[in-house]
Design a protein around this ligand. Structure first.
Ligand SMILES: *Cc1c(COP(=O)(O)O)cnc(C)c1O
Length: 376
């Protein structure tokens, strides 16, 4: 029997995607795998292991808690916390041997205190704001202040400097903005010590701007098979999301389906009720637009998506019965629904769709292509 609702991740495909990205990089460019937000919804630990097998030499997370969880899971390679240091968890980060992100003298001092308290040298990367407007030093003067503080803090070592592009997947105007951000990054990192690595490329820039790869690139969404721009790389989605048919019925012309009576049958149809709704993370905003796959064929979702259920028109799909599998994201036969498709129907981006899959959904891993047990 199919479970009510299931998300299956194939770490073998994550590993293969990582390998594909690494093989496109020159020898001297390192690959960092971004596994924040539970590995974009794929499971942080299994994603980390797969990415390491695929060639990643560093990982990135959003917070100290996320980094600590990876250490607890046995991950030993360098882990960069992308968010700025906070007094709240800087000591925990130092204890776990995480690389912390700094962009002010105060943050450097917090790292120094944490380092002396824990007896561990702390590595930091300097965040430079070249046009994203979130965190990071913006001027030469701010950089000098941070560098001065670093010289006064012997237990803190500057290992890298990085910036983040705001519009690397944008149109021509975005291209120009990215180039401008890149030039600013080069200016502000000019004169840093030789052994400080520089990195600025997210997925979009990895594909579009090989000339910006510098010492390391940070692969997020492409690692999960959803490159945000055109690429020759063979990258495959790694997540499948399914639900189950719970009920099938015939609806006479004039019958309504779901809340608000937004959908009305204009002919006799067969309708299948599906065990998934916005309570499982399927966006309600996809109502009236979404499709699902049943028996390898597309079925339109009709009427509003409810909290726990939705209804699909299966008039043209023979023999649909309760217990049949319904693919929400995934491939069957010649048909495929991607997180990209579901994002369009929902009015959002693939990133948010991958992260939306709810806590009520049963999480499973395909272990086939995955070497269990040996960690990074
Ligand atoms: C999330 C994130 C990335 C990854 O971006 P993708 O578009 O998913 O590749 C890279 N760098 C930073 C600083 C990030 O926050």
């Amino acid at each position: 029997m199919n479970p009510r609702n299931r998300r299956v991740v194939d770490p073998g495909k994550i590993e293969q995607n990582m390998r594909e990205i690494c093989s496109a990089l020159p020898e001297h460019v390192r690959a960092l795998a971004v596994v924040k937000a539970d590995g974009y919804g794929h499971g942080a630990l299994q994603t980390a292991r797969a990415a390491i097998h695929g060639g990643a030499s560093m990982l990135a997370v959003a917070s100290v808690d996320e980094g600590t969880a990876l250490r607890d899971g046995g991950i030993r390679i360098p882990i960069l916390v992308l968010g700025a240091v906070t007094g709240y968890d800087v000591k925990q980060g130092a204890e776990a041997g995480l690389i912390q992100t700094v962009c002010s003298p105060d943050m450097v001092r917090m790292c120094e205190s944490a380092a002396t308290e824990t007896g561990k040298q702390t590595e930091v990367h300097l965040k430079i704001d070249t046009g994203m407007g979130r965190i990071g030093i913006r001027t030469e003067k701010e950089k000098e202040q941070v560098m001065k503080t670093l010289r006064e803090c012997p237990h803190v070592k500057l290992g890298g400097a990085f910036t983040h592009f705001a519009d690397a997947d944008g149109g021509e105007d975005g291209e120009r903005y990215t180039e401008q951000q890149f030039r600013r990054f080069l200016e502000l990192t000019d004169g840093l010590p030789e052994d400080v690595i520089r990195h600025c490329c997210n997925s979009a820039a990895i594909h579009r701007h090989p000339e910006m790869h510098l010492d390391m690139v940070r692969a997020g969404i492409s690692l999960y098979g959803y490159p945000p721009v055109k690429t020759n790389m063979k990258l495959e989605p790694c997540m499948t999301w399914t639900a189950t048919v719970s009920y099938v019925k015939e609806l006479a012309p004039g019958s309504f389906v779901s809340y608000g009576r937004t959908w009305q049958a204009n002919r006799t149809i067969r309708a299948a009720t599906v065990t998934c709704g916005y309570g499982d993370g399927y966006h309600r905003s996809a109502s009236g637009k979404a499709c699902v796959l049943i028996h390898g064929k597309r079925a339109a979702v009709i009427g509003r998506i409810c909290m726990d259920q939705m209804v699909a028109d299966v008039t043209d799909i023979p023999d649909v019965k309760p217990g049949d599998e319904v693919i929400l994201i995934g491939r069957e036969g010649h048909e495929q629904i991607t997180a990209e498709d579901l994002a369009k129907w929902s009015g959002t981006i693939s990133y948010e769709i991958l992260l939306s899959v709810g806590s009520r959904v049963k999480k499973e891993i395909i272990h086939s292509a995955y070497r269990k047990g040996d960690e990074g």
